[in-house]
Design a protein around this ligand. Structure first.
Ligand code: ZN
Length: 310
């Protein structure tokens, strides 16, 4: 049984930059906003790098070799893991839940997502939530363009983590580099785009759907990360929700071994380098540890974001 390494898919965006080069990627331009690192979505289906399944797509592997994924109940690969480099502010958005998306978006999944802040420039802020007291005020603030009052901005720092449930208004601003773990869905409702123009025209907004799905009042998540200091490795569990568990592993010139307990595990090396068993890995590598892989030993000086579904 071998690890499944993936070739990322890159997306140029009007707000994108060139920081993804720091991960060793050959990006298509200086406006590269997204690296779809572990994805089986039709808009960016990663191809397998090396090994028995070299050149096959992740969606193909999931369909044809379900045993590598613990014979899962999900009909499609459930997660999508991206690195996002925002040189400019992203539009302010909200996502529907599964129920709303299924009914209104051709059976698509809704979207719960979360952000690990890989880096940000000093003084950067992030949009999470809004200041309307109830749903009627959400509608009033949006339809009357009361954006300054409506949008809730807070300071952001490297290493912060945000869980973004459906119905939560959110956006990253210029100068922010994140790793996003999300449900495998592309359904986004754009509420406000700072009145910017693309090719002379404003980008499409989804006002009706946004008002439908924004939750009010906004309540901040009270979940605190759970930190386990194991000496050679510090493990921080950021979130465990019905869609995923996301953890950070920080190895400090040491090693740690794990027994596979979960059907499969998504791994993204975001800093440093080292080894998994006898395979060298480094910043920018993304791979899946398949089901029944058994014991794996990590060693080196590196930070990994690991995610899995129950
Ligand atoms: Zn989003």
């Amino acid at each position: 049984m071998e690890l499944i390494f993936l070739n990322p898919v890159f997306k140029e965006m009007i707000w994108g930059g060139n920081k993804l080069r720091q991960f060793g990627y050959d990006i298509p331009g200086d406006d590269t906003g997204e690296c779809w690192a572990i994805s089986a979505h039709p808009n960016g289906d990663c191809l397998i790098k090396g090994g028995e399944f070299d050149g096959k797509s992740l969606s193909w592997l999931y369909e044809n070799h379900p045993e590598l994924f613990g014979n899962p109940k999900n009909d499609r690969f459930p997660l999508l893991i991206k690195i996002i480099d925002a040189k400019d502010d992203l539009s302010i958005q909200v996502h529907p839940n599964d129920e709303y998306a299924k009914k209104n978006e051709n059976g698509s999944l809704g979207k719960t997502e979360c952000w690990y802040i890989l880096d940000c420039e000093p003084g950067t802020k992030i949009v999470i939530g809004h200041n309307a007291k109830d749903h009627a005020e959400v509608e009033d603030m949006i339809t009357n363009s009361r954006w300054k009052e409506f949008i809730r901005e807070i300071p952001v720092h490297k290493g912060d983590f945000f869980q973004i449930d459906p119905g939560t208004l959110h956006a990253i601003k210029g100068g922010t580099l994140i790793l996003e773990t999300q449900q495998n869905s592309d359904i986004t409702y754009r509420v406000y785009d700072y009145d910017r123009l693309q090719n002379g025209k404003p980008r499409q907004l989804h006002i009706r759907q946004s008002i439908d799905v924004i939750k009010a009042p906004f309540t901040e998540s009270k979940e605190k990360p759970v930190v386990s200091d194991l000496g050679d490795c510090v493990i921080t569990r950021f979130v465990k929700c019905p869609y995923y568990t996301v953890e950070k592993l920080e190895l400090k010139n040491g090693s740690i071994s794990f027994d596979m307990e979960d059907p499969y595990i998504n791994m993204s090396v975001v800093e440093g380098s080292g080894k998994i068993n006898d395979v060298s890995i480094k910043k920018g590598d993304h791979f899946i540890i398949p089901s029944s892989y058994g014991e794996y030993v990590l060693e080196g000086n590196m930070t990994i974001i690991r995610s899995f579904v129950d």
